[in-house]
Design a protein around this ligand. Structure first.
Ligand SMILES: Cc1cc2nc3c(=O)[nH]c(=O)nc-3n(C[C@H](O)[C@H](O)[C@H](O)COP(=O)(O)O)c2cc1C
Ligand SMILES: [Fe+2]
Ligand SMILES: [Fe+2]
Length: 394
């Protein structure tokens, strides 16, 4: 096969893989547009380095691409910015051929390389913040950027080219396009990725942004999705997202078996919209949790609707509430809506689940059976109250 290995900057080549058909990630996140695993080769006058690798199943493609550019046996370094298998698993296949190469990573990364990939200790080079590696006209500088989204993560910067390799950070799950300006909805995909993967670590993300602030960056080369030749585009968005900047927006997430809860949800949605609040609306029966994660990135309020099922929340609502808890979105306000047949219990469980979050509960309405007109009026009033809260902060 005739592989594409474009030179993205002088002496730096993309040798990654496009996984067009992948539909799930981490056995959790739907991938409507597939994904890519971006690996790169940096060639200096005195040495070569591979930056990150590819997902299991793409090893041979990586080896073929490497071979087309260099003698793999003579490869000097493999840089591991992140130890997760979608970027690090193929390192073993490469290092089995380049018998003299060394794996360059953080202290925590070194431990993981031994545990996950059985890389012997004598082949590891541990780097600290600010350390450099000279390849001859290509100087790699390492920037520790821990907890994005694993503890061992770092960035690699090529000084002469002003190219920053950030692995998962600034990534997007899409196989489409090659550069940022070639994918129409890229920032939406990047936002979705941020919500799914980086949002729980946004404080660490903000620290990483602070660290690279003074850096002269021409290209941001992440390991999923397109390469940013206009880095400010994604940097601007990450500044907002890591700061937890919210919009006058409510995310509506619900499930309903016999439409009693759904009627309340529709009522509050109309009420919020009539107050000029932007809403995003998700029936959990047919929603993509990646879309929900994306909308959580900048929503100021959440409305959760669930009937009582077997004394508690509907299982789909339990799942959604759990995600809200662990993804740590910057939500300020919450409303719970519920219908029950005889004893109730869903709202109690929901408030218990969301107790560890900082969400202020503006109101909860739990009705018996289908909602009456009077109930729906109360729900609409609660919507107006929520709208006022949303508008009052920002
Ligand atoms: C499988 C199932 C389990 C239920 N379990 C309970 C329960 O434990 N306690 C209760 O008060 N109502 C229970 N109900 C009644 C529903 O909460 C009630 O019908 C409610 O109005 C449904 O709201 P929905 O139309 O939004 O689905 C159950 C209903 C179903 C179908
Ligand atoms: Fe990862
Ligand atoms: Fe990844």
């Amino acid at each position: 096969m005739n592989y594409y290995t474009p030179e993205i900057s002088d002496g730096i080549f993309w040798i990654g893989s496009k996984d067009w058909n992948r539909r799930m990630f981490d056995a959790l996140i739907p991938l409507p547009d597939g994904t890519s695993y971006n690996a790169y080769l940096v060639r200096g006058s005195r040495g070569t380095a591979l930056i990150d690798s590819v997902n299991p199943g793409f090893e041979n493609e990586l080896l073929d691409k490497l071979r087309s550019l260099t003698d793999i046996r003579a490869l000097d370094f493999v840089i591991m910015n992140h130890a997760e298998p979608d970027h690090a698993n193929a390192i073993k296949a490469v290092m089995d051929i380049s018998m003299d190469s060394k794996l360059v990573t953080t202290q925590k990364g070194a431990k993981m390389a031994q545990v996950f990939y059985k890389i012997p200790e004598q082949r590891l080079v541990i780097v600290k913040d600010g350390d450099t590696l000279e390849l001859g006209g290509r100087t790699l500088r390492f920037i520790e950027a821990p907890w994005l989204h694993w503890p061992e993560t770092m960035f690699t910067y090529v000084e002469e080219n002003s190219v920053l390799f950030t692995c998962d950070y600034f990534g997007a799950h899409t196989a489409a396009g090659f550069y940022d300006d070639e994918v129409e909805d890229l920032l939406s995909a990047a936002k979705r990725y941020f919500g799914e993967i980086m949002m729980p670590f946004k404080a660490k993300g903000a620290q990483a942004l602070e660290k690279i602030k003074g850096l002269d960056i021409d290209i941001i080369a992440p390991s999923h999705g397109p390469i940013y030749r206009d880095p400010e585009r994604i940097l601007d968005m990450y500044r907002l997202w890591t700061a937890g900047k919210t919009r006058e927006k409510a995310i509506i997430v619900y499930v309903s078996m016999w439409s009693a809860t759904e009627k309340m949800i529709r009522s509050i949605s109309e009420s919020l919209m009539s107050e000029g609040i932007e809403i995003s609306y998700f029936n959990l029966l047919n929603s993509d949790i990646g879309d929900i994660a994306r909308e959580l990135v900048d929503s100021r309020a959440i409305v959760l609707g669930t009937p009582t099922v077997l004394g508690g929340m509907h299982p789909l609502a339990v799942y959604a509430a759990y995600l809200v808890k662990v993804l740590k979105p910057p939500l300020l306000y919450g409303v719970a809506l519920s219908s029950y047949g005889w004893g109730g219990g869903a709202v109690g469980q929901l408030s218990e689940m969301l107790k560890p979050t900082k969400i202020e509960v503006v109101g909860a309405i739990e009705i018996n059976g289908p909602a009456s007109d009077e109930d729906l009026r109360k729900v609409a009033m609660l919507g107006k109250e929520l709208a006022a809260k949303i508008r009052s902060s920002g």
